[in-house]
Design a protein around this ligand. Structure first.
Ligand code: FES
Length: 363
């Protein structure tokens, strides 16, 4: 019988090892060993936290109330569903000018074809709301990052929603969810006047018995007494509150007198720094940025690096994440795991360093 031809013995495993590969393998083993030694600092940058971007088109605009316009945003192309979200989520919207602004999603999470946001025109704001009102007609292309959720709804059995003006936007999807689940809920909607209350008709449609919603107009009823607002629900109700800072602060003070009642709140701006001490942030190029005790490190960073990524500014979304190269952080965020902190992650929108110390970051 003829013998079958055999492959050469060195076809798959050369008998004489390749010298170059051998040296390369040895070198990589040495490097691996050195990097594994305790105390060897790894200065390579971790994967940046880059939120996904979604191109959107303004499908429609609707005047909701005095100075408030609702924008319906749809995927620019494709029929793929938009990224999912939950009540309390917000979207970072990049405007045609390049400005980025965060807006609560106020539509229905079950509708994955569009996002809805509502924007109040601030005549003396930083320009984002004026641009949206004055220069963003239907058909305009925008880019969105997110959605992010910094204000989750826990769907407690008894819930009181307190909305100050445009603060109804993150609460409306929560009210819808509370109604859908059959929770015991009450909504207090406050605003300058009847004409200034956005989504009054939408919220009323969720209350067929007409017993779950209270409206309060400053022009006829005066500025609301927060204790009276809280009295609209039993003392054990979870309170969800959103609105301008003075409104939120007055509710917080009134609630402090009622021990044990949980408050979930969302501010339109970052909370003031509490118990902050001055320290110095050092960037990769050696720039030193003194951070005063009453400012967030992110705000100081933005003075020097205006394009630094950020979103919630409350330590929830992770967008502002930096890598610490040296120094000891005072972590104040809500999302980093002990392992991530140990590996040097830092959220400068809320986290800081000890008084008088230097914190070097990879930026
Ligand atoms: S901006 Fe969201 S965690 Fe810092």
């Amino acid at each position: 019988m003829p013998t079958r031809p055999q492959p050469p013995t060195d076809l798959y495993r050369p008998e004489r090892p390749d010298q170059f590969l051998t040296q390369l393998t040895r070198l990589s083993r040495v490097l691996f060993f050195l990097l594994a030694l305790p105390g060897v600092r790894r200065t390579s940058r971790p994967p940046a936290h880059v939120p996904a971007e979604t191109p959107l088109t303004v499908r429609a605009r609707r005047e909701l109330a005095a100075d408030i316009v609702e924008f319906t945003l749809a995927a620019e192309r494709s029929c793929a569903p938009l990224p999912a979200w939950q009540p309390g989520s917000h979207l970072d919207v990049i405007l045609p000018s390049g400005r980025m602004r965060s807006y609560s999603l106020c539509g229905d999470p079950a509708d994955t074809t569009v996002y809805r946001i509502a924007v109040r025109r601030l005549a003396r704001g930083r320009g984002g709301s004026r641009e949206l009102h004055d220069a963003v007609p239907p058909g305009t292309r925008l880019t969105a990052r997110g959605p992010f959720c910094a204000f989750p709804f826990a769907a407690e059995p008894t819930v009181l929603f307190l909305a100050g003006g445009i603060g109804i936007t993150p609460l409306l999807p929560m009210v819808r969810e509370a109604a859908r689940r059959g929770l015991d809920w009450h909504l207090v909607q406050t605003g300058r006047s009847q004409a200034a209350l956005p989504y009054a008709a939408e919220s009323a449609a969720l209350d067929p018995t007409g017993t779950r919603i209270t409206t309060h107009h400053y022009d006829t009823d005066g500025y609301p007494d927060p204790a009276a607002l809280l009295a609209c629900a039993p003392r054990h109700a979870a309170v969800y509150c959103c609105g301008p800072a003075p409104f939120l602060d007055s509710v917080r003070r009134a609630l402090a007198a009622r021990a044990g009642q949980p408050l979930h709140a969302q501010r339109f701006t970052a909370a003031p720094v509490a118990e902050g001490a001055p320290f110095t942030l050092r960037l990769r190029d050696g720039t030193r940025l003194p951070v005063p005790g009453d400012r967030a490190a992110l705000d100081v960073l933005l003075d020097a690096r205006p394009a630094a990524p950020r979103s919630c500014r409350q330590g929830y979304c992770g967008t502002c994440r930096l890598q610490v190269l040296d120094g000891t952080p005072d972590h104040r965020d809500h999302i980093l795991t002990p392992e991530e902190r140990e590996a040097g992650a830092l959220l400068p929108c809320v986290s800081r360093a000890k008084e008088g110390t230097l914190l070097s970051v990879d930026l």
